[in-house]
Design a protein around this ligand. Structure first.
Ligand SMILES: Nc1ncnc2c1ncn2[C@@H]1O[C@H](COP(=O)(O)OP(=O)(O)OP(=O)(O)O)[C@@H](O)[C@H]1O
Ligand SMILES: [Zn+2]
Ligand SMILES: [Zn+2]
Length: 843
């Protein structure tokens, strides 16, 4: 009953999803001009037929190129990829009526696209001089394969997968088999959680789920499991949803000397693993020469047929081609079966494991294990294509990351998006799952939030990454931005509202784009390479806006939606949440897993640009804001906008004015006013603090710990450290230090401003200051700041020497000028100070 229910419900939902997809394509076809379709990347117009040949399985391969005589021989940028289903149309357009045939893209380069025609091309009379349009079609093949698998599942009576099906649908409980205790691991570097996952997987009778949170070495673990299985002489079918994930596994398994075979169009595979592809291996098999000869004969007959005028001759040749094709197919089948049987591990995408492809040449019970990686990102139906071939299965993935993309909202809400992994965990709980808990990616400050919110606080950062920061990377200078793992740039109250657009799916925020730009500038100026930075936005419109702004200057900077980064990592992640409105509407930011994925891509640095007022209305996002506020640096976007304006003004000044006297500038005036106000306020506070301190000293007198101990402490001081510091008397600075660290107030003498929300860390003394005191010159780090500025100037001088076009904003002269100006403006302030804070011994 369970199976029948599942199958009928899923078939229905798949149909709904398929219709949603077709609807979208139809809308495009009817309402969007061909030119627009081409600029969307889903259409290639006016192509010529470069050549026609016979590929594997006797399919006709068409090579299509841009018109040569126009002098253009490069295809426009497009979204075509190997495996895409496409339609070939005559020049009337891309309407169903003008469709000539459908096919699969097998190869795409800058200058040509190759299509393997699905329909028999014999009847096609393609003209080598004519022009054709090519259009991507909603992928029917995947649906057909999933439907077929579901129907097979429904009618499954006996076969290798009987026990597995029974367990996965709850007819029987999962079992285990005893394993020798002396399991010897092939990879001696596995951590304890990985070892446990491996032994667990080997001892499960039908099913084991490996839950691998971000960066925990899921692939490392899966590879060890497969190698152990192979060592026991068993055969494995290994699948994943994406070609990239499959290739990754092929690479790792091949490195470990496993006999692997990769199914799929070779064009789709990474260069380095093409040698493991079925086609490459076949090319070296004994049958190759005969097969090649037959193919040549077919091509020859085919060419001849075109030139022939006599109808009878044509019919005769056509029959001959048919015979040759049949011969070719049987030869190929034998060769393929041989090659497949020799492999220990056969790898394919989930849908590539269908039994219409090469696997049809194997007996149904050939495989012992089916391993599915990235299982939480796949439709359960697509998993069943491979699962029907196994006795046991291992499912690896992370169901706390994004589920499969589904176009139909109703289908998703009715359960199509629930992955097999998730379903099993709901059914059997932890008894079928082992979670990997040591993560090798994130600085622990980045990790802790995800761990607590998504993984029951079970993640541990490996010592190799626990404390790593951007400044530890070679060539990266130690500045504020590269020394903090978490930076929250809060746009609340800064008037950076999201754009008013009617479309709910696309949201943009120019203000946040500005901030991101400034932060990217700071990071790259400090030496962080653009290729090590990810800019992530949840909305496509924002992604476009960011690309327009940043891609020309930083071609290596990856700017993508959250979904585009799943499975990846970067040293630094800059995340803009976009939403900023009075109503506190956050739309699909409310998908917790999306935020989890975005945050956990970061290795050393996460910068979050958002309007905390808007996004905090969502409980989950609030936990992130709270975490970053508590464990990271917080700035207000106001600082950036002001600084940006100033720099712009500096840049606009004529070169000569560098030496001239500073003329009155609004921004500078603002700053002076601001500082003056801070000074007045400080006076009031000074009196108040003086009293409090007096009280404090009386209260804590009599304690015995020495102050020195506290002085060298790096961690946040608690109440007793304040006490300890106080008793030892004299050391006024130590006392201030302790108070400051405990209460998170500004470190400037006698300033009591809270810095939890608007603090700035001084890089030179490593203390947190309020906005009135964060400038090094104000609180006593002036000398060091000047030295650092000189260092940066000389560095940038080298960097930009002779390059022809200087980036105005980093002009060293102007930087120096700004510093000089600050120096003079702040001289008074410096005199004001009574005690100079102790300079920290670190850094
Ligand atoms: N036991 C280990 N000791 C040291 N490093 C490890 C260990 N396991 C995994 N790693 C490292 O962690 C990183 C991620 O590992 P791996 O490639 O296996 O995971 P993945 O499956 O690709 O990623 P994820 O864990 O995010 O799913 C790699 O750099 C790998 O070298
Ligand atoms: Zn300082
Ligand atoms: Zn202050």
């Amino acid at each position: 009953m369970e199976v029948e229910c599942f199958v009928s419900k899923t078939l229905e939902l798949l149909q709904e999803e398929r219709e949603a997809e077709i609807e979208e394509t139809k809308l495009w076809q009817e309402n969007v001009s061909l030119k627009d379709l081409q600029s969307k990347g889903v259409c290639l117009l006016k192509l010529q037929i470069g050549s026609q040949s016979t590929g594997l399985y006797g399919r006709s391969l068409l090579l299509l190129e841009p018109r040569k005589h126009m002098g253009v021989s490069v295809l426009p940028s497009n979204n075509f990829g190997p495996g895409d289903i496409v339609g070939l149309y005559d020049l009337d357009g891309c309407k169903p009526s003008s469709q000539l045939c459908t096919g699969v893209v097998t190869r795409i380069s800058q200058s040509a696209v190759t299509v393997a025609c699905e329909d028999s091309p014999d009847g096609l009379n393609l003209d080598t001089d004519a022009l054709y349009n090519l259009m991507k079609l909603a992928n029917d093949v995947t649906y057909k394969r999933m439907k077929k698998a579901l129907n097979t599942l429904n009618g499954y009576s006996s076969g290798p997968a009987s026990d597995l099906i029974s367990v996965l649908f709850g007819y029987s409980e999962p079992g285990s088999i005893s394993q020798p205790n002396d399991l010897s691991f092939l990879n001696s570097g596995l951590d304890e959680s990985q070892r446990q996952a491996v032994s667990f997987a080997l001892s499960q009778r039908e099913v084991a789920v490996i839950h691998g949170p971000p960066g925990t070495g899921k692939t490392t673990t899966v590879v060890e499991i497969i190698l152990q299985v192979v060592k026991r002489g068993q055969k494995v079918l290994c699948c994943a949803g994406s070609n990239v994930a499959v290739d990754n596994l092929v690479e790792r398994l091949a490195k470990a000397k496993a006999k692997v075979l990769r199914l799929g169009h070779p064009a789709r595979l990474l260069e380095s693993i093409q040698k493991h592809s079925l086609d490459a291996v076949l090319a070296h098999s004994d049958n190759t020469n005969i097969i090649a000869d037959i193919r040549k004969d077919i091509d020859k007959a085919f060419m001849g047929m075109k030139k022939m005028n006599d109808k009878r001759d044509r019919i005769h040749l056509k029959r001959e081609v048919g015979e040759l094709r049949k011969e070719l197919r049987t030869r190929e089948a034998t060769a393929i079966a041989e090659v497949l049987k020799r492999a220990d591990v056969v790898l394919a995408t989930n849908t590539g494991a269908n039994d219409g492809g090469p696997l049809k040449n194997l007996p149904v019970d050939h495989f012992d294990w089916v391993v599915i990686d990235e299982c939480a990102q796949a439709l359960e139906s697509s998993c069943w294509i491979a699962l029907l071939r196994g006795r046991k299965c291992i499912l690896a993935g992370d169901y706390k990351q994004l589920p499969p993309t589904i176009k139909s909202h109703t289908a998703a809400s009715k359960g199509l998006s629930v992955s097999l992994m998730e379903r099993l965990i709901l059914k059997y709980g932890d008894s079928v799952v082992r979670m990997l808990t040591v993560q090798y990616r994130m600085n622990s400050n980045i990790m802790t939030w995800a761990s607590e919110q998504m993984y029951q606080g079970q993640l541990v950062a490996h010592s190799s990454v626990e404390k790593h920061l951007l400044k530890d990377l070679p060539g990266v200078a130690s500045v504020e931005e590269t020394s903090t793992p978490l930076l929250l740039i809060d746009t609340a109250g800064c008037g950076l509202s999201e754009m008013e657009v009617t479309d709910d799916q696309s949201k943009g925020n120019q203000g946040e784009v500005d901030i991101v730009e400034l932060h990217i500038k700071a990071l790259t100026e400090a030496g962080v390479k653009p290729k090590d930075i990810a800019v992530i936005a949840p909305y496509n419109l924002q992604v476009d806006l960011l690309r327009q702004r940043l891609s020309a200057r930083h071609p290596d900077l990856e700017i993508k939606s959250v979904d585009g980064f799943q499975g990846r990592e970067k040293e630094a992640v800059v995340l803009t949440l976009v939403r900023s409105n009075r109503k506190g509407e956050i739309g699909f930011l409310a998908e917790d897993r999306r935020i989890n994925v975005a945050v956990t891509r970061a290795r050393r640095h996460l910068a979050l640009v958002c309007d905390t007022q808007t996004v905090q209305t969502h409980g989950f996002l609030k936990t992130l804001i709270d975490h970053m506020t508590q464990h990271g640096d917080v700035r207000t976007a106001f600082e950036y906008l002001q600084a940006g304006e100033e720099e712009e003004q500096q840049a606009q000044e004529p070169e000569e004015s560098v030496t001239g006297p500073p003329v009155g500038q609004p921004a500078a005036d603002l700053k002076t006013l601001h500082l003056e106000r801070m000074r007045r306020e400080q006076k009031k506070r000074e009196q108040k603090i003086e009293q409090e301190k007096h009280l404090d000293t009386i209260r804590t007198a009599g304690q015995t710990q020495t102050a020195k101990k506290t002085k060298t402490k790096k961690t946040k001081a608690g109440a007793c450290e304040i006490a300890a510091a106080a008793t030892a008397d004299a050391d006024f600075d130590t006392l201030i230090d302790a108070v400051v660290k405990a209460e998170r107030v500004c470190s400037f003498v006698k300033c009591k401003t809270l810095v939890i929300h608007l603090g700035q860390l001084c890089l030179f003394c490593n203390r947190q200051y309020c906005l009135g005191h964060h400038i090094p010159e104000v609180h006593g780090c002036g000398d060091q700041a000047r030295a650092n500025a000189r260092m940066r100037i000389s560095k940038e001088g080298v960097l930009y020497a002779g390059s022809g076009h200087k980036d105005k904003s980093v002009d060293p002269n102007k930087k120096a000028y700004l510093h000089r100006k600050l120096d003079s403006k702040l001289k008074d302030m410096e005199k004001q100070r009574k005690t100079k804070p102790k300079e920290s011994d670190n850094n």
